[in-house]
Ligand binder design. Structure first.
Ligand code: SRM
Ligand code: SF4
Length: 515
């Protein structure tokens, strides 16, 4: 069965709108929308189908759209960064960009009348935002140190590019994969520290040797949703690098043609695996692949604790360094983006990389340039040695722009960390992740302390609150954290976090330390 012959008998609202018109066809209508204006557009095109082009209507700020790009392996260059900076610059105070938890960029403040020009500018520098929302494959994540790290086993950059090209028809849009039952996440890592959170992807490739040959063990079905969260499970399959793209295609075809579509709460890949059982799922994928899988290697090569990439580090290339800059909750403004483009060009090789912790890495800086690099004023904000709690802070978008949000996140997260750091002495980072609602975009389940927005009650009145997650482990032996406390009002959160940090993470009160 192909994408065009999908069974549409039991259709929910989203299946109907996809069957009526592929969102990718809006590409041909962008000039028309620009003239028409957002208010006069067909509502379904505006609020849903535009997401196939990476353009998101924001009910919180109507008329000011968000654009989600694709950054394969989280890598871009200075010219691309300048184009992104120019786009947000034109929107003044409304314009900004966020580094996302999928090693990607989202831009804010976008006006529909500017889309034709924005898409032209993207094309000039080989950027694409296609198929980055709704029932499509999200940005494909890879190790941010690919090609730089002396300990890496395989440089994934080219594979990630190939997978993206296959899925998106090299950024032009590919209707073969534009009507999946739901979103789909892919990660691939050739490093030893699981820098991509492989376990929370629908499909992940982790390094493993089989009979002395390098390849990947395959994990499937990892996902978070408001209804259910699951870590990915082994498919008991090993694949050589040259077959990775074909395996992605085969799994996507099986998911597209057999994934459950009636209930969107039960449409992610794991629900199909549950329904079929892993053996049937593997056999169906093998049929599409045209050959049986080699059974998984007995062990994978993820044997390091996860690194956060902040600070100065030697690359495998002699005399070259990469420097990880901490970007507070991933938020960037136009001037800072221009500056990043400039310093990557002046000191590095024009390359800029993003991490799933919403930070930035500038690679390829020679030893002799490091001293002057460190004098750059931008490093006063984007620090190379931030305080331990700030260093590991992650936050989703939250109520400022997201209509699912039950609480404000980014600003609150920053204020809370500042307050905690003023009263606590920390010896090591503690990974605190904020997410504004149970959709879990801020991945609270992978954190040491995860905070998920909820409606709480205080003195009989509804107030903004959080459910607290703990125990998330990343890197080697990664596993998900679980909810330990429900409904803590945000206004009462600081002492609760203080106690958790003291009891579980070795924090000391500054008052006690100084007396
Ligand atoms: Fe997400 C929906 C933001 C990573 C699970 N996510 C949304 C929307 C599009 C909702 C909306 O229309 O407002 C949010 C856009 C808000 C905005 O204006 O920014 C949104 N998600 C984000 C980002 C920007 C969070 C961040 O601040 O970094 C991340 C963008 C990644 C990217 O570049 O593509 C983001 N979202 C995630 C992740 C984390 C990950 O992939 O590692 C998850 C959990 C993992 C997963 O999907 O399995 C995640 N987002 C969701 C869900 C729940 C999916 C489900 O199966 O139910 C939704 C809701 C939905 O799809 O219906 C959602
Ligand atoms: Fe929005 Fe909820 Fe995702 Fe945060 S977790 S970006 S509030 S959908």
């Amino acid at each position: 069965m192909t994408a065009t012959t999908i069974n549409t008998t039991s259709q929910n609202k989203f299946e109907k709108l996809k069957a009526e018109k592929d969102g990718l066809t809006l590409k041909a209508e962008i000039e028309k929308f620009a003239l028409l204006g957002w208010e006069a557009m067909d509502e379904t095109d505006r609020e849903h189908r535009l997401k196939w082009l990476g353009v998101f209507f924001r009910p919180v700020t109507p008329g000011k759209f968000m654009m989600r790009l694709r950054m394969p392996n989280g890598i871009l260059n200075s010219s691309q960064m300048r184009v992104l900076a120019e786009v947000v610059q034109r929107y003044g105070d409304d314009g900004c960009a966020d580094v996302t938890t999928r090693q990607n960029f989202q831009l804010r403040g976008i006006r529909i009348e500017d889309l034709p020009e924005i898409f032209n500018r993207f094309k000039e520098v080989d950027l694409t935002s296609v198929q980055s929302g709704m029932d499509n494959v999200r940005n494909i994540t890879g190790d941010p140190l690919a090609g730089l790290d002396a300990s890496e086993l395989y440089d994934t950059r080219d594979l990630v590019e190939q997978i993206q090209a296959m899925i998106t028809n090299s950024g032009e849009g590919n209707s073969e994969f534009s009507n999946l039952p739901r979103k789909f996440n892919i990660a691939i890592t050739g490093g030893r520290d699981n820098s991509v959170h492989a376990e929370i992807n629908d499909l992940a490739f982790v390094p493993a040797f089989k009979d002395g040959n390098f390849g990947f063990n395959i994990l499937v079905g990892g996902f978070f949703s408001a209804k259910r969260c699951d870590a990915a499970i082994p498919l008991n399959a090993w694949v050589a690098p040259e077959d990775v793209v074909a395996v992605c295609r085969a799994i996507l075809e099986v998911y597209r043609d057999h994934g459950l579509r009636a209930n969107r709460q039960k449409s992610r890949l794991m629900w199909l695996i549950d329904e079929w059982g892993l053996d049937k799922f593997r056999s169906e994928v093998e049929l599409r692949l045209g050959k049986p899988f080699v059974p998984a290697a007995a062990k994978d090569e993820i044997d390091w604790e996860k690194r956060d990439h902040i600070g100065i580090h030697k690359q495998k290339q002699s005399d070259l360094y990469y420097v990880g800059l901490h970007v507070p909750v991933g938020r960037l403004y136009a001037e800072e983006m221009f500056e990043l483009a400039r310093i990557a060009e002046v000191y590095g090789s024009s390359e800029i990389r993003l991490t799933v912790e919403q930070n930035i890495v500038i690679p390829n800086i020679s030893e002799s340039s490091l001293a002057s690099f460190f004098t750059e004023p931008l490093l006063e904000k984007f620090k190379i040695n931030p305080e331990p709690l700030t260093r590991a802070l992650v936050s989703c978008t939250g109520a400022q722009f997201c209509n699912f949000a039950l609480i404000e996140t980014k600003n609150r997260a920053l204020a809370m960390i500042k307050a905690l750091e003023s009263e606590l002495e920390m010896t090591h980072p503690v990974r605190i992740h904020w997410t504004g609602c149970p959709n879990s975009c801020g991945q609270p389940q992978v954190a040491d302390i995860g905070l998920m927005g909820t409606k709480a009650r205080k003195n009989g009145k509804p107030v903004e609150g959080v459910d607290i997650y703990m125990g998330g482990k990343v890197g080697k032996d990664a596993h998900l954290g679980t909810c330990v406390t429900k409904g803590v009002p945000c206004e009462d959160l600081q002492p609760v976090l203080r106690d958790l940090l003291v009891t579980h993470f070795g924090a000391k009160s500054k008052v006690l330390v100084n007396t």
